[in-house]
Unconditional design. Structure first.
Length: 326
């Protein structure tokens, strides 16, 4: 072990074309590719120290020991890093998020992207961005998309070697903003791990997956050409398709609340009125509303007025996961 301690920072991401369902749940090989953007103003900062004096891995998130399931997920992940590095030393892991837990922003993507970089550097592994993205994917699927910078595509692949994410445009390529309308801060009942395993029970999942290449191409082209109208259409369609699968799974998964729908309908009206805005929703009730730089203040003011919107978090595109000095 050349080095034994490192700290990394990574941003969460919001998917425009969603990951929902696995071909291989253990390796997190998805049934379809996805596209996302990193969120600059939000981050996880994670330090890892391999210490021969430890008799087990130690983990704190925001100064607290998380629940057993989260601890087990990190242990398993560190076992894989130890296997790659060829040693058995346990680690002390401390992680902080600058966004409130329970704000409905998944911290698993930024958390596992930062953990992958910090743990591999602390273990003396020199991984390139592709290898790092593959490693992060094992911790949380969407974490592989928080490794490269800016606008990112996760190539579904067919196995561990071929399933990883790459940047398709830099963070400054298009000045989009994600305005997250928070309508609930309650912990979701069914997390994405369980959700992915239910996807195949919906009659609609086959149709959603079969059409993915077309949606990926439309979304990729809309980003490259900065074509907001085409972007808005494909992003909303993709989110609706995923939620249709969720609602028709067995058992059914409903993530929306009345305020979720109120925001969605308002966004559609505003766009009809000429404002570049579109919505996308993950496995929770909060709505990500995407707009362009010059419409940001009008949009956030509109969102603030909708009954049921508790707060609006704003972010522009963010950079790749990186090592930092502390
Ligand atoms: C709805 O990456 O959170 O946000 O691999 O179980 O951690 P795990 O799942 P996760 O799933 C993300 C699901 C989603 C859509 C997306 O981000 O693409």
């Amino acid at each position: 072990m050349k080095q034994n301690k490192a700290t990394a920072l990574a941003h969460p991401n919001i998917a425009f074309i969603k990951y929902w369902g696995d071909k291989d749940p253990d390796l997190r090989i998805p049934v379809n590719g996805s596209i996302s953007v990193n969120l600059d103003s939000l981050y996880s900062r994670t330090s890892v120290e391999f210490d021969p004096a430890l008799v087990g891995d130690q983990l704190t998130i925001g100064g607290r020991v998380p629940d057993d399931l989260a601890v087990q997920r990190v242990n398993q992940f560190l076992d894989h890093v130890r296997q790659l590095a060829g040693f058995s030393t346990f680690a002390r892991v401390t992680s902080e998020n600058n966004f409130p837990t329970g704000s409905g922003i998944a911290s698993s993507a930024s958390g596992f992207a930062a953990l992958s970089l910090a743990a591999s550097a602390a273990a003396g592994l020199e991984l390139d961005q592709r290898a790092l993205s593959r490693l992060a994917r094992r911790g949380s699927g969407s974490a592989c998309r928080s490794v490269p910078g800016g606008f990112v595509e996760w190539k579904a692949g067919k196995d561990d070697a071929t399933s990883y994410a790459i940047s398709i445009a830099a963070d400054d390529h298009w000045e989009l903003h994600d305005c997250i309308a928070v309508v609930s801060k309650e912990h979701k009942e069914t997390g994405s791990v369980a959700g992915h395993s239910l996807a195949g029970s919906s009659l609609l999942q086959g149709a959603r997956v079969a059409d993915t290449e077309r949606r990926l191409e439309l979304c990729r082209d809309a980003i490259i050409n900065r074509d907001f109208q085409s972007f808005a259409e494909i992003v909303e369609l993709d989110s609706n398709l995923m939620h249709a699968v969720m609602m028709t799974s067995q058992p059914q998964l409903y993530y929306w609340q009345p305020a979720t729908l109120a925001v969605m309908q308002s966004v559609i009206e505003w766009r009809k009125g000429g404002m570049p805005a579109c919505f996308t929703i993950d496995a929770g009730p909060n709505v990500h509303v995407i707009t362009t730089g010059d419409n940001l203040s009008t949009l956030t003011a509109y969102l603030d007025q909708i009954p049921g919107v508790i707060e609006v978090l704003v972010s522009r595109p963010g950079k790749e996961a990186r090592l930092i000095d502390i």
